[in-house]
Design a protein around this ligand. Sequence first.
Ligand code: NDP
Length: 293
Amino acid sequence: MTAQLIDGKLIAQQVRDSVAAEVTKRTAAGKPKPVLATVLVGDRVDSATYVSAKGKACQELGMGSVNHHLPADINQADLEKVISELNADVEVSGILVQLPLPSHLNEERVLQLISIEKDVDGFSPINIGRLAQKGREPLFVPCTPFGCIYLLEQAGVKIEGANAVVLGRSNIVGMPAALLLIGKNATVTVCHSRTKDLPAVIRQADILIAAIGRTEMVRGDWIKPGAAVIDVGINSKPDASKKSGYRLVGDVNFDEAREVAGFITPVPGGVGPMTIAMLMKNTLRAAQIQQGE
Ligand code: NDP
């Protein structure tokens, strides 16, 4: 059996096209364009790359973006002042603080300060709290897990009643992914570094979301035949045939898993492109909320 490939690049492009069409419609109707404010603290190269990709996506979709690049040694009070100003700025639809912050800063307090109506990353405790409670709706869902669920739905995978295993329990991927799956009536098991006999647990999964950051750790014989496998991991693997000397692979051994699974996302080109697409969707939603729509 060869799994059906879930093309994240294509699905992300469809999301982006629909956001761009809606933005065009809004601006033609005289409404302000959605604006994403990003906050980048320090000089981490990876963080700067992510922030610039988000700004570029805004531009491509007809939205505005403004980046606040702050020094690595900024103090908590000054950073919080920037967030408060962005909260109060009527021209800003969404606020995204690029994580991780330098270790002297209190990330929790910063995320807590972001106005819930502008929390397009979905990490504020209120949005996460609502996600965790039955019958409550968050205003925004964290982008990567939102993208994972969207991929499953677009592929036609039945979530309700499925046994789902989420591998990883981070605040930004694993935990919100598990909460989303519970909300969609899957029976969810969350695994982490202390889980016993991981292969046996994963073999029960009709749906597997892998987000651990361990190169190709999940082997083909851990996968239940026909399962849907969403691989969030992004790891570099040495590859002498590449100019860079490495290539990107996921947390799942793709070549093995595709022979067993029913559906699978590739790395790259699976979950990766969905994260920014869902951020764009959330930023448009923020603009709509601020207009009372
Ligand atoms: P974290 O490091 O924050 O969390 C990793 C999780 O995996 C933890 O819960 C940890 O367990 C668990 N874990 C680590 N090693 C093992 C192991 N050997 N067995 C079982 N569980 C293990 O990672 P993130 O959630 O931030 O990211 C996970 C991966 O997803 C990374 O590769 C990252 O690059 C990628 N990513 C991709 C994105 C995208 O857009 N495609 C966006 C965000 C992340 P414990 O809690 O016990 O420590």
